[in-house]
Write a protein that binds this ligand. Structure first.
Ligand code: NAP
Ligand code: G4F
Length: 325
């Protein structure tokens, strides 16, 4: 019989890649979605006829309990979150409710209703924040620098706690930044590749960014989805860092993205302090040794290829829009 997976955040970047992967693996896939005034299923449009959507919200424990009882899942991947760091400074309470207590609601529902369900929690390198060691690994102490990071630390430890207290098969993927053409436009990677395409098409003359010296360990979202799935296939639940093991600055990202279309970023990028954060995470660099050794996980798309893929996709989008106009 096909295994059943319930994916929260299925309409998001990671959820869409994970749903594709689970379908390829022969799962019955259920997506947990909240009601919006306008549906935003762009990222999953191509698989909507193959998955089943279940309505609910991270704030609403009854909808979460109903989802667990009606789907009766073998695996739950909790990807839903308020995932944008600057918004967490503007809406810290909402972020705590979604990103901190949301995972607890899933864990409680599993504990009460179906304790053999395997659970994946979307933890993050943002928990390392003001980093205590370089590179960061599973044993590196956390020092979050945003309400988002703080909420995710709570979620991380409540996942560990339910594993240790109740024997749940609950795992944390501590994922470093991962991007794709499906990335939200407000994140720096997509803001840059979209900006490059707009400038190249004559729709903009500049790109305003914040801290160009910040460094991230950027990978490809499709590769990250594979890691999530592998974690729940292990006999024992555990926590894993998923990263490329290379760091690049925002400046370097700009350089590669602009040069992809024959432009020099120095001619277009304007530093705007409006995009600085109250507290910054200056650099993140992960050590994925444990995931490589225990899960057999490996990244398939290099940083440079991923930037090129994103620029090409945004260029094509504007080309198409111009053709249709
Ligand atoms: P994303 O594109 O922002 O997607 C977030 C998803 O969560 C969307 O489907 C969104 O639904 C859903 N959601 C938000 N609030 C909800 C609520 N109250 N109830 C139900 N659903 C809700 O994020 P992502 O990049 O795919 O990231 C997935 C997860 O991994 C997040 O938990 C994020 O914090 C974590 N993470 C991401 C990265 C990364 O680099 N991408 C790295 C580490 C960890 P709508 O479509 O309705 O908004
Ligand atoms: O792309 P970002 O907004 O991603 P950030 O803050 O690292 O968070 C992402 O990765 C986390 C994993 O570490 C996830 F947990 C989280 O959900 C999210 O997916 O910013 C990256 C860096 C920051 O240092 C920021 O200050 O880019 C810098 N930056 C410079 N100019 C900018 C900009 N970021 C944004 N969003 N916009 C700018 O104009």
């Amino acid at each position: 019989m096909a295994k059943r997976a319930l994916v929260t955040g299925v309409s998001g970047q990671d959820g869409s890649y994970l749903a594709e992967l689970l379908l390829d693996e022969g799962y019955e896939v259920y997506g947990f979605v909240r009601r919006l005034s306008l549906e935003n299923y762009d990222r999953i449009e191509h698989i909507l006829d193959k998955i089943t959507l279940v309505e609910g919200d991270l704030l609403d424990e009854y909808s979460i309990m109903d989802a667990v009882s009606s789907v009766n899942p073998d695996e739950i991947y909790n990807l839903a979150a308020q995932s944008f760091v600057p918004t967490s400074f503007a809406q810290p309470m909402l972020t705590a409710h979604y990103d901190g207590l949301g995972p607890l609601r899933w864990l409680e529902a599993i504990r009460r209703l179906k304790p053999d369900t395997r659970f994946y929690q979307a933890s993050t390198s943002e928990m390392f924040g003001k980093v205590r060691e370089v590179p960061q690994r599973e044993t590196t102490p956390f020092y979050p620098r945003s309400p988002y990071g703080v909420a995710k630390v709570y979620a991380y430890f409540i996942t560990v706690n339910y594993r240790e207290s109740y024997g749940l098969h609950a795992s944390n993927g501590i994922l470093f930044n991962h991007e794709s053409p499906r990335r939200g436009l407000m994140f720096v990677s997509r803001k840059i590749t979209d900006g490059v395409a707009r400038i190249k098409h004559g729709l903009d003359t500049e790109l305003r960014l914040g801290n160009l010296e910040a460094k991230r360990d950027w990978g490809f979202a499709g590769d990250s989805a594979k890691a999530m799935w592998l974690m729940l296939q292990q006999d024992e639940p555990d926590d894993y860092v998923i990263a490329m093991g290379h760091e690049h600055s925002v400046r370097e990202f700009c350089e590669i993205a602009f040069s992809r279309v024959g432009l020099d970023y120095n001619d277009y990028v304007v530093v705007d302090p409006a995009f600085y954060r109250p507290a910054e995470v200056e650099r993140l660099l992960g050590d994925p040794t444990k995931a490589r050794e225990k899960l057999g996980w490996e990244d398939k798309v290099s940083f440079e290829d991923m930037v090129a893929m994103m620029v090409d996709a945004d260029m094509e989008r504007y080309r198409k829009a111009a053709r249709n106009a």
